[in-house]
Write a protein that binds this ligand. Structure first.
Ligand code: 1JT
Length: 259
């Protein structure tokens, strides 16, 4: 019983902490509690400051904090080269990064621009492929890659629009990457998280409605938290999930099963 998770000697890279509400921060807390060593990447300087403050407040220590812009191949390659220099071996990466232009997350999907489509897919889906490629040489002892998705990938959720199509691409990429990387004992999975009030959800006019609908109709009759997403991410990083790859795991109070 002692150590079912076997996280003590593992180094995990977490991408996408913007503030204390970020899913990636929930993941950091769960992985830290399990004894993992953490490396963080950030894009904006502001996110780095927020992260440093969060780490201090929670008496947590990062092994390294490294800048990485997922829209830029060189930045991704450089970031993982830096991580390799400092940590040598890593055992997993949490990809908790997505972006789309605000104008593409309202009104009709029909109005999605070519540029808005490309940008959402580049940032939110292609980035997983680039990160998988850059991190593979560091996962010499095998590893686990986790991406974050949302139900809008497979159902029409009003307003989610181009992000839904980008998340569909992300989920398909998880399966193709899982197929390629299985021979290196690298697993690739996604968590489909229920609606959670994060920075990303800010400015979504229908968000309150979505949260209330989940409380009324999801099997567990409540919304989920970033801590619950963090704990499932820990499970998917750990020894317990060693036989699982290419899956989309729902942490959504069961909402997705309802008709
Ligand atoms: C992004 C945004 C990715 C918001 C996201 C996201 N994944 C989940 N959300 C929350 C959400 C957003 C909308 C929604 C339901 C949930 C915004 C910035 C780009 C990346 O539609 C009803 C719009």
């Amino acid at each position: 019983m002692e150590d079912l998770l076997k996280m003590k000697d593992k180094t995990i890279v977490i991408m996408g902490v913007a503030n204390k509400r970020s899913l990636a921060w929930g993941v950091a807390e769960s992985l830290h509690q399990a004894g993992a060593k953490l490396v963080f990447t950030y894009r904006k300087d502001r996110s780095r400051s927020k992260l440093e403050k969060l780490l201090e407040e929670n008496e947590m220590k990062a092994e390294h904090i490294i800048q990485c812009d997922v829209n830029d191949d060189d930045s991704i390659q450089n970031a993982f080269q830096e991580i390799q220099k400092k940590a040598d071996v890593i055992h997993g990466v949490v990809h908790s990064v997505a972006f789309a232009h605000a104008e593409d997350l309202k009104g009709e999907f029909l109005n999605t621009s070519r540029d808005g489509f490309a940008f959402a897919h580049d940032t939110s889906a292609y980035s997983l492929i680039a990160v998988a490629k850059a991190s593979k040489p560091l996962m010499k002892e095998g590893g686990s890659l986790i991406a974050m998705s949302y139900l809008g990938a497979e159902r029409v959720v009003e307003g989610y629009n181009v992000m839904g199509v980008a998340k569909a691409s992300l989920e398909a990429s998880v399966r193709y990457l899982a197929s390629d990387l299985g021979k290196d004992n690298i697993r690739v999975n996604a968590i489909s998280a229920g609606a959670i009030r994060t920075l990303a959800a800010k400015g979504v006019p229908s968000f309150n409605e979505i949260l209330h609908k989940i409380e009324d109709t999801a099997p567990l009759r409540r919304n989920v938290t970033k801590e619950e997403v963090g704990d499932m991410t820990l499970a998917m990083m750990s020894h317990l999930s060693r036989g699982v790859t290419g899956e989309i795991v729902y942490v959504d109070s069961g909402y997705n099963i309802m008709g």
